[in-house]
Design a protein around this ligand. Sequence first.
Ligand code: NAD
Ligand code: TYD
Length: 356
Amino acid sequence: MTILVTGGAGFIGANFVLDWVAHSDEAVINLDKLTYAGNLENLAGLDGNAQHIFVRGDIADGALIERLLAEHQPRAVLNFAAESHVDRSIHGPEDFIQTNIVGTFRLLESVRAYWKGLGSAAQQAFRFLHVSTDEVYGSLAKDDPAFTEEHQYEPNSPYSASKAASDHLVRAYHHTYGLPVLTTNCSNNYGPYHFPEKLIPLMIVNALAGKALPIYGDGQQVRDWLYVKDHCSAIRRVLEAGTVGEVYNVGGWNEKPNLEIVHTVCALLDELRPRADGKAYQEQITYVADRPGHDRRYAIDARKLERDLGWKPAQTFETGIRKTVQWYLENQAWVSNIQSGAYLEWVEKNYAERVQ
Ligand code: NAD
Ligand code: TYD
């Protein structure tokens, strides 16, 4: 048996592939375009492991997908591939439309043709699992209840709008063509291999480099944080036991304002790698101009996943964030390899205009 994963060289996809190989004997075909966010170093632990087959390519390349499906006959396709960073979607939405909408559409078309050609038992067993985000639901006010699977879609950024469009396509392919789909909408992830353009790894990396820790606006925006390995275990569980056509929200009940996250990261670094001058890392905090259209609060109600499929996260925020800070301290070479010209150009573009 084989599964096909897209975007498996990115943050969550790579964690998923590594965990999959650790938990199962089943082969995994990993299709990734290797954009700036894709990094084969994330998968170095699988070098020489025949259970993992890496293919460089685009989810929008129908001929390639068709060939891979025919050759490997996967029992499931899991779609992690996406443009994923809100700030990049504000600077340049085009890639988000191309990969998240057109790419998902092309992938669905290839998968639909493959699925139609399977025998009836294989057709019934087949799954297309689409990995999505809580950001499609929009922004919550302070005392609103957390997002359930029934919450209406109100995406506010080009990123979340493009993910919302992809979710709707996946839904339509089930409703119209009967494709056996599953969709997961997860809250903010953190953990190993997180690209340091996102809040938590950026703060760790900048703190250690003696750079400013840029807080957008007042820093009171709330995100709901889940350790990436817990997201991966939820996806495995949904793949194994989820009801076809259903949506599952994934979250760990860890709502925290950004400023609190940054203070926690600073306190852990004070403990694990104190500054040479004896001062606290939080002295590096700098307030910068806010993100346009910045969503104020996300919160996931994950009761359906717990009730129907018995899933629970293994990490609390306290255990997960400690592991994460430790991982970055132990993997400084991974960080420095990423900080190439293209990364530095992005940092300049995103932060130069924000200085207040
Ligand atoms: P990421 O940006 O780290 O990785 C995306 C991967 O997809 C990269 O390896 C990239 O090379 C690949 N890719 C991009 N365009 C492609 C294309 N056209 N064809 C093939 N591969 C392509 O993203 P991530 O944080 O790992 O997110 C993975 C998925 O999970 C995304 O769909 C994202 O929307 C979703 N998600 C992310 C979070 C989060 O907190 N990071 C939370 C919920 C859901
Ligand atoms: P991010 O990691 O980009 O995830 P998302 O926007 O998908 O939730 O950002 C998390 C939060 O941190 C978000 O409210 C924006 C904020 N943020 C900062 O305050 N400073 C930064 O430099 C970055 C990258 C994010």
